[in-house]
Design a protein around this ligand. Structure first.
Ligand SMILES: [Zn+2]
Length: 121
């Protein structure tokens, strides 16, 4: 089942359960949002979402999602490279890549609290 099919199926489940489709889009994936009977607002993909008040807030939410994704990507690349280092001889190139990914990881982790702080204002 493709990702889109999964989203469509989730949307029809939401409608069947009495949720109402809203004239608002998820700030992360742009899918339509639904209001559950409980009043909670959910995205068919991301589940409960914080409804954004304006564009700058949407940008913050999106920035955080990008940083989360980059952090996960960097972590998985670093572990892949570490794995390769343990069995390959071409260390020079691998170490260079490792260093670059570590830089990405470090920068992402430095940026994340900055964004969180901005949100609290
Ligand atoms: Zn979403």
């Amino acid at each position: 089942m493709s990702r889109d099919d999964a989203v469509v199926r989730r949307m029809s489940e939401l409608l069947r359960s009495g949720a109402v489709m809203l004239d608002m889009a998820c700030p992360l994936c742009s899918a339509p949002l639904f209001r559950l009977k409980s009043g909670e607002i959910v995205c068919p993909t991301h589940g409960p979402v914080k409804v954004v008040r304006d564009d700058s807030e949407a940008i913050e939410v999106r920035s955080r999602a990008i940083l989360d994704r980059l952090e996960a990507l960097a972590a998985s690349r670093i572990s892949e490279i570490a794995e390769m280092l343990s069995r390959e001889n071409d260390e020079g190139e691998l170490l260079e890549k490792l260093e670059r990914w570590l830089e990405v990881l470090e920068r992402v982790r430095r940026l994340k609290p900055a964004i969180a702080k901005e949100e609290r204002k």
